[in-house]
Ligand binder design. Structure first.
Ligand code: GDG
Length: 473
């Protein structure tokens, strides 16, 4: 059996109990724990000198991590990855900037990580690379002579061509993506954007079986929506209900309904609009004053990127303004908690709440939406209010789907969710649990890896056939 090597910008913290607040870390770690393998990437540390990977084995997962220099961190991570690609891929050209030096740094770090990984690769390994930090990684490995199957999964949206054009080296990036054997997206819409770029720009062609022929390469391009383990989450949400934090929330919420949101503090998550729609509910329906609170947990991320500092200030301002306007001595409408919580505790908190309020302006998938559903008590489930711009909206048919730019519609959905009869809540919950179980995280991983094995076997057969023809001619 070949070994699986996972590559991502950031390797999840290896110490048990250290919460990793981020969908990629959570998805990849859970997926890798089952199969075993190597996880290679940045340790999260900044060091003066480049050094060999630090190897640490835990259970069946070997972690191989490297530090970045300050310059690499600034150019590759804070710069091109998070100040150019992240905003643009989330359709926020207004927040995006481009700097040639940063792009050069992005390419340099990809090349140097590829060089370090190459030393560890065995001939029958299969390599699975993750996310926007690593678009050129396969090309870098190929240039070093690596012939192994290499797949890529993009956790965030892939924008339509007109939006992608705003990133100056867009063609180079897409061409680099074609060095992979399989390129996976969260949704079919993302896959279509990629294919549109290739076909409309006459860079190549796509066939009905999801194969793309471009830049002299054949690759599979398909949607692989990431999942969760719904039954494990359901179990954790019950087991953690007697934790102190959960009990005190329950006591504080006696006779009050609870709307719950959990997101990394990020402008793509639509937090300001969400607060304002909640404010609109309080304006339109004064009967809810004192009877409902919104708890927003938002652990800070990328806090040294400037736009992230601004969103934090903005959000604190909005929470303060809305609370100042409506609060009573014994009621705070919005509880805004700017910190990380233990993962299982979050699931138990979800179970205490009547509404899961997940309204990103744009999101690859959004695991919180899925976790919220899985955490519910099937006998008395809460209702999910979900943005149409989260990949998860395609997969959660029982949610109340909203446009996060329409504050009135969101306020109406909140009211409907808060007043929904039990039978409807149960039916909606059951409609969502079935697909969550069917497409769990193992299915996501196994489908992707099966395609990667299949495509690379097929293309090596084609390559050999082509070589034979060359020889005979
Ligand atoms: C990217 C894409 C895609 C949150 N706060 C805490 C905490 N979390 C956990 C959640 C959830 C994860 O972090 C967040 O995942 P999301 O999917 O919601 O969002 P991103 O971090 O933006 O993830 C996204 C995902 O990758 C996977 O492909 O769905 O679209 O943007 O699991 O529960 N975990 C802990 N403490 C917290 O305070 N422990």
């Amino acid at each position: 059996m070949s070994r699986l090597i996972v590559v991502s910008n950031r390797v999840a913290p290896t110490q048990e109990g250290r919460p990793a607040a981020g969908g990629l870390a959570i998805g990849v770690l859970d997926a890798l724990k089952e199969t075993g393998g190597v996880w290679f990437g940045w340790s999260g540390e900044i060091a003066g000198e480049p050094s060999a990977p630090v190897i640490e084995k835990q259970g069946n997962v070997t972690y191989a991590t490297v530090a970045l220099s300050k310059r690499d961190y600034d150019q590759y991570y804070r710069g091109f990855s998070n100040a150019t690609l992240w905003p643009t891929f989330h359709y926020r050209n207004d927040l995006s900037r481009y700097d040639r030096q940063e792009y050069a740094g992005y390419l340099r770090v990809n090349a140097s990580l590829a060089k370090q990984l190459k030393e560890m690769i065995r001939p029958d390994d299969i390599i699975w690379v993750h996310d926007y930090h690593m678009l050129p990684f396969a090309r870098c490995l190929r240039e070093l002579g690596v012939k192994n199957p290499i797949g890529f999964f993009l956790h965030i949206p892939f924008p339509v061509p007109q939006v992608l054009f705003t990133v100056p080296p867009h063609e180079e990036l897409v061409k680099d993506m074609c060095s992979y054997d399989v390129v996976g997206f969260q949704t079919d819409a993302d896959r279509q954007s990629f294919v549109d770029y290739i076909e409309r720009g006459r860079h190549g062609t796509a066939s009905d079986d999801n194969m793309v022929h471009a830049y002299n390469r054949f690759l599979k391009v398909a949607a692989y929506p990431i999942g969760i383990y719904p039954d494990a989450i359901a179990k954790a949400s019950v087991q953690f209900t007697d934790r102190k934090a959960v009990k005190s929330l329950r006591d504080a919420m006696r006779n009050r309904k609870l709307i719950m949101s959990v997101d990394r503090l990020d402008y793509s998550k639509g937090l300001v609009e969400r607060f304002q729609a909640f404010e609109r509910l309080l304006l339109n329906a004064p009967g809810w004053h004192g009877r409902v609170s919104l708890v927003q947990i938002a652990p800070p991320t990328r806090s040294d990127v400037q736009t992230y500092q601004r969103i934090r200030q903005n959000l604190e301002g909005e929470a303060g303004r809305i609370n100042g306007r409506f609060a009573q001595l014994d009621w705070t409408p919005i509880q805004y908690l700017n910190r990380k919580y233990e993962r299982n505790l979050l699931m138990a908190l979800f179970r205490q709440s009547q509404v899961g309020y997940v309204t990103p302006l744009r999101d690859g998938m959004n695991l919180v939406a899925k976790e919220y559903v899985a955490s519910q008590d099937p006998a008395d489930p809460g209702v999910l209010v979900l943005s149409q711009f989260a990949g998860a909206a395609e997969q959660l048919p029982g949610a109340l789907v909203v446009n996060p730019f329409d504050l009135s519609q969101m306020a109406e959905a909140l009211e409907r969710a808060l007043s929904m009869p039990l039978a409807e809540r149960q039916a909606r919950h059951a409609d969502m649990m079935a697909p969550l179980r069917e497409n769990n995280l193992s299915v996501w991983r196994d489908t992707f890896l099966a395609d990667l094995r299949h495509v690379s076997t097929a293309s090596s057969v084609t390559e050999k056939a082509v070589k034979r023809v060359d020889v005979t001619v």
